[in-house]
Every structure is written in structure tokens, then in C-alpha cells.
Design a protein. Structure first.
Length: 411
């Protein structure tokens, strides 16, 4: 739902009712991930997409049934579902879709407002379990919290509401969207936990022509771009219109004080050792997802020598992507920006960047627990034991298509 935050917020403000269809699980290869949504208004008009076009007509029918009075609808579409084969999922996978009615009385607008502000946001929807709870939206810290009375009225007596909230919060903390099954002592609640993280950061150091191209391409790819250079004549907003901010500061000092996480990309595009060496020493010690530096192989060899002399350990040096980018034969700044972002994506997804025709298996492969780059930090954060509320979280996802399972301890 969160990807349609603009439309949902506007309709809630107008007091409209509508149906919202959300992909809650994916098996095999599919065009869109869990969380992909399609909205159908009372007038039948559609906003969004759950499959890129292959099953939209069938999902539209489910939405119309919900608007006509059905409480909620589930649909599975794919080549193994005989009843849905006619509408086909052309890419060969299966998707589970959950459809619910929405209106100002059933949706807390807070997570949608946070998503519109560019902040991280999350919510959970009960997609399986007692009928009275199916379709219930849970927002951690929201204005309409799940209550013990609701659980008891629905026949759920093996778990307290604050523990369901803890499961939701722990699942959302992974930054992944997926299903979580909560064992409630005879009853099972199936929650679809949906997250929308604030845009990842792309930190570009060196106000050069390559930085202009990379900042534009990075913004198009969904990054919040910062360009940093100590030279005020070069680091100007006019030269970098796609950047969210342009900072005039010594690069290593700026990086040491700025906020980063496992999704952050650091690209060093200058050719000045007096700024690059201290900057890279700081970058390689941080838990960021990617560190790359522009330059020739000779420049790289000299750079490594100087970093070793500065005390950077070999384990950190192994993280340095230099010469930066994939070997695409890039020459121009625009082509170089493409090669850099291609490597960033490959590192993030743990791929070897071969042509698809030379690889086997699904195009949209599941990420493994030991995959490189950002996933290592996600898995480390997800492998929780017992949180303060006494809820044990097990097998949280290493990728967006895994289906996590949560087991609650005795209340």
C-alpha cells in the first residue's frame, strides 16, 4: 500500500472508500515484489499495478467484489493455478494478492504521511486468521492500536496485543516486506508486514563532470544524492541540480559526521590523494554497502599502498571497488555513471553481473543469508533472539520474497 501513499492520502482526506489490492507473496520469477499495490475506486478506475499488466483484470474483479460488500478477497495467480492460467503470469511465477476495502475509518493515515515525507514507514495487515481480524491494519505506535479486546472477541487467546505489536515492529525493522505467521496457541495470525524505507544515500565526493552524470543517474535510480567537495567554486547547486544537497567541506570530515547505513553508497571521483586517502580510510571503516573510487589501475595500486601506510587493514581494503564500475567499455561521464550504478546494483544483490543469457535459474533470485553487500547487515539485524517484549523472532527474511515465520512465547 505504501507505494500508493499519495493517492491513498488524498482519498482518505476526501472521505472516499476504495479497494486496495496488495501483493503479499511471490514464488519464482514475477514482475513486481511484495508490497506492489493497485487501487480501485468506487467509480472503477484503477491506480497502480500488481503485476505489470498480466493479471490486472482478474485483480480488478476481486476489488469490485470487495467494494460490493465482500469483506476481503485472496487471489493466487500463476502458471500452477489452473483457475488463473487463462489470465497467465507471463514471467512464470506465482503471486498472492490480498484485497481489502479501505476508508478513513479503517486506515491510519500516519504511515502514508511519513512515506510522503520521505521517511521510513511501515504497517502490517492481517491477511489470514480469524475472519473478524482479516483486513485489520496494524501501525506500530499508530492512532488505532490492536487491543486485547479485539483479539479475545476474535477468539484469539494465546497471545496479547502488545506481543503482536512486537512481532510487527521486529519484522518491519528488517526493512523487508513479507508475510509473518504468528502462532497464538491454536490460532495462527498471518500478517503481511510492509515497509518503505527512506531513500538510500549516494555520497559523491569530487565535484567533477563524472559527478554531474552520476548524481543525475543516482537520483533517477532512487538515491538521495549528496555531492561534497572542499572547493566552493565547483561545488554549487547549479552544477548539480539532481543532488538533494551540495556540501562544501573537507570530504573526510563530512563523511565522519554524516549519517550512513548498510544501504549507503560512497563514490570517490576526485583525483587528489590529499583528500582521497583520508576519505577512503574513513569510508572503509564504516558499515556502508559500497565504496568505490575512480582512477586507473596504476592509480589504484598507488592508492592501496598509501592506504596501507595509513594503517587501513587488508580486510577493509578488500571492500574497495577500484577501478570503479563494471567493465562495459564506458568512456563518457554518462556511460561511466551507468557502469558505476550497474556495479552498485550487482554488489547490493550479490550478483556476478554476467549477461542473463549466460546464467541459470530465476532472473529474480532469492537473496541468500550469506550474500554480499547490504544483505549482510540486514540479516545480522534480523537474526534476533528474544526482544524486550518476550517475542522470539525466527527465520526473518534474507530477501524480499522469503516468507518469514515468527513464534510467540507464552503470554
Amino acid at each position: 500500500m505504501l507505494e500508493l501513499a499519495t493517492e491513498i492520502t488524498a482519498r482518505l482526506a476526501r472521505g472516499e472508500r476504495f479497494a486496495i489490492a496488495t501483493v503479499t507473496a511471490v514464488e519464482g520469477s514475477a514482475p513486481r515484489d511484495p508490497g506492489a499495490s493497485m487501487l480501485v475506486g468506487a467509480d472503477g478506475r484503477v491506480v497502480g499495478s500488481v503485476s505489470g499488466g498480466c493479471v490486472e483484470a482478474a485483480v480488478h474483479e476481486l476489488c469490485e467484489r470487495v467494494l460490493a460488500g465482500s469483506r476481503a478477497e485472496h487471489g493466487r495467480f500463476g502458471i500452477d493455478d489452473d483457475s488463473a492460467y487463462a489470465v497467465g503470469l507471463s514471467c512464470g511465477g506465482e503471486i498472492d494478492v490480498f484485497v481489502q476495502e479501505a476508508d478513513p475509518g479503517s486506515l491510519d493515515a500516519a504511515p502514508f504521511a511519513r512515506a510522503l515525507a520521505g521517511a521510513s514507514s511501515g504497517l502490517a495487515t492481517v491477511v489470514g486468521g480469524p475472519a473478524a481480524l482479516v483486513g485489520r491494519v496494524i501501525v506500530p505506535g499508530g492512532a488505532d492500536p490492536l487491543t486485547d479486546r479485539e483479539l479475545r472477541a476474535a477468539g484469539v487467546r494465546g497471545i496479547r496485543s502488545h506481543r503482536v505489536d512486537a512481532v510487527v515492529a521486529a519484522a518491519l525493522a528488517t526493512g523487508r516486506s513479507g508475510q509473518v505467521e504468528v502462532d497464538c496457541g491454536g490460532e495462527t495470525l498471518v500478517l503481511f508486514c510492509e515497509t518503505r524505507l527512506a531513500r538510500p544515500r549516494l555520497l559523491v565526493f569530487g565535484a567533477v563532470a563524472f559527478a554531474e552524470a552520476l548524481s543525475a543517474a543516482g537520483a533517477l535510480a532512487g538515491y538521495r544524492v549528496t555531492v561534497c567537495d572542499p572547493r566552493p567554486a565547483f561545488a554549487t547547486a547549479e552544477r548539480f541540480p539532481a543532488a538533494a544537497e551540495v556540501v562544501v567541506e573537507w570530504p573526510s570530515r563530512y563523511l565522519a559526521r554524516t549519517e550512513v547505513d548498510h544501504r549507503t553508497v560512497v563514490c570517490v571521483l576526485g583525483h587528489d590523494a590529499k583528500t582521497d586517502i583520508p576519505l577512503l580510510a574513513v569510508a572503509l571503516a564504516l558499515p556502508v554497502g559500497y565504496v568505490g573510487a575512480l582512477g586507473s589501475r596504476r592509480t589504484h595500486a598507488e592508492r592501496v599502498r598509501m592506504l596501507r601506510a595509513a594503517g587501513v587493514p587488508d580486510a577493509d581494503l578488500a571492500r574497495l571497488r577500484s577501478p570503479i564500475g563494471l567493465d562495459l567499455g564506458a568512456v563518457t561521464p554518462a556511460e561511466t555513471a551507468i557502469s558505476i550504478l550497474a556495479e552498485v546494483i550487482a554488489v547490493r544483490e550479490g550478483r556476478d553481473a554476467r549477461p542473463l543469457r549466460e546464467s541459470d535459474g530465476p532472473i529474480h533470485a532469492r537473496r541468500s543469508r550469506g550474500s554480499a553487500g547490504a544483505d549482510a547487515a540486514i540479516v545480522a539485524a534480523a537474526d534476533l533472539s528474544v526482544d524486550r517484549s518476550g517475542v522470539r523472532i525466527a527465520d526473518l527474511p534474507g530477501g524480499p520474497r522469503d516468507r518469514p515465520r515468527a513464534t510467540a512465547l507464552a503470554p
